[in-house]
Design a protein around this ligand. Sequence first.
Ligand code: COA
Length: 581
Amino acid sequence: MLRSGHGPTKHPDGGQLVRILLVASAFNSLTQRVHAELRERDHEVGVELALGDDLLRARVARFRPDLILAPMLTTAIPEDVWTEHPVFIVHPGPMGDRGPSSLDWAITEGATRWGVTVLQAVAEMDAGPIWASVGFDVAPCGKSELYRNEVSDAAVEAVLTAVRRFASGDYVPEPLDYDRPDVTGRLRPFLTQQVRRIDWATADTATVIRTLRAADSQPGVLDELFGREYFVHGGHHEDRLRGEPGAVIATRDGAICRATVDGAVWLPQLRPRRVPGGPVTFKMPATDALGADLPAGVPEVPVSPAEAAVRDTWSELRYHEDAGVGYLEFAYPGGAMDTRQCRRLLAAYREACDRPVDVLVLGPRRDFFSNGIHLNVIEAADDPAEESWRNINAIDDVVEAILTTTDKLVIAALAGNAAAGGVMLALAADHVWCRESVVLNPHYRLMGLHGSEYWTYTLPQRVGPEVAAQLTSRTLPVGARAAARVGLVDKVFDGSTERFRAQVRREAEILAAAPELQNLLLAKKQRRAADEAVRPLAQYRAEELAHMHRNFFGDGESYHRLRRDFVANTKPPATPPYLLG
Ligand code: COA
């Protein structure tokens, strides 16, 4: 085997540095995380999207990697590339597991323990020598959520081990040997829609939820509702509502509730099945997707955030208090927040502000904190520019409410990733605490937007104007540790999402009980008043929104095209320049 790079070099601290080309089907969350973690350790990292064998060959020849690493690849690497260069594949399964639907099978079959394996590319898919494998407990959640959390943590550990072993020069990877007791996986086929199909007349709630989770967020479960075919996305318990199996018995905040033989489940999103030759379809809040097909008699059954916190039902918002701290949890599929969701969040935030607590923690229990305005809902609107405008104003209202809260300390707790306006939403809080695994994308340029959410006030104040300009123009993801170094976030906690929640809770309670709390609140009030005197918040907003108005309504703006490409998941013709490294 040839090495086209110069081989690993020595780091000043004694470790070995490797020149690594990441090859991925998309610059997705795991690829971003691996990118951030390898750069954090000073390895030289480039990214190439898998958009064609010849493009890949040309990039490999130019980049001259010591190692090619594929964190998320849905196509094969050409033979001449893997024979001439070491190529490591990250496979989301334990040793011996093979095939394209690993996590789908794990969830479908109710596995409680799973793994991630880094193996070397050979002719047979997923059958190469093993460089590292890390196990994890399977959390009861959808596949994408599992992927962004437990899988991603295990994958990073396995990748770092594999890279260290590779760099050492003397590690011999282990051949795949099904006779070994620790090789627990096996080859499994692609999980088809036929296997995923739900028979509502017979399937119990546990089966329905497992089936939906195994297909969430992609590809969804193909199903029929009111005579039309949809892919169903997401599945959550309902503890009280009951009805005829298969019947849609309630709606709540855009989701529908469907009865099973022994209970009911909430389905937040639907994607109409695409008609051959017809327009691209994409996920939408379920009631929007059904439109006029939804019978008028189906009742809207709301639940308050406080009630949701003590029930086993679906809600985007939950609120509870403990030891002088209020916790407002919000959770949106894909982290996207449409106009209505922002308005509901604002109402819940205002209610929380009326509560007799001095410290308020904001953020979901797991997964995405926020990814800003809802590009799918905007795309589906009769007038996308108008809907963009409504959405950005609605999220700005939430940010403004946080920024002007002067009688409480507000903590943004990021258990999962955030991007664009979602990062800036977090920056409105007094403290930004982050799980170590989190990847932040504090920029808007990839969507052709100037951005709002008062970022021109909060970001430079946190990181200084120069770093603010770098972060927003380089458009690269930032890992939590790097974010803390530049002041983008205040605290980083390691470990699982459960550990993160426990640590946030402990620190928030310490703040709430601190003797200096009232002084901190007074200082906060004075700082806000002083800032307002220098430049009113309304002025920041007006200026940002003037830019955004141009982005939404102006001629020749790239936003509408970029949004359409994002929603339709259109592949770029070549790896974008910002990733070339
Ligand atoms: N609106 C609608 N959907 C969004 C969204 C948004 N703002 N941000 C993410 N999503 C959806 C994605 O389409 C994807 O859907 P899928 O699961 O059906 O494929 C899901 O959320 C997860 O996103 P994905 O891109 O697969 O995750 P990732 O971790 O690989 O990448 C981001 C995350 C945030 C970098 C990427 O989704 C992104 O760039 N989002 C847009 C951010 C933005 O520009 N917001 C608007 C300006 S405020």
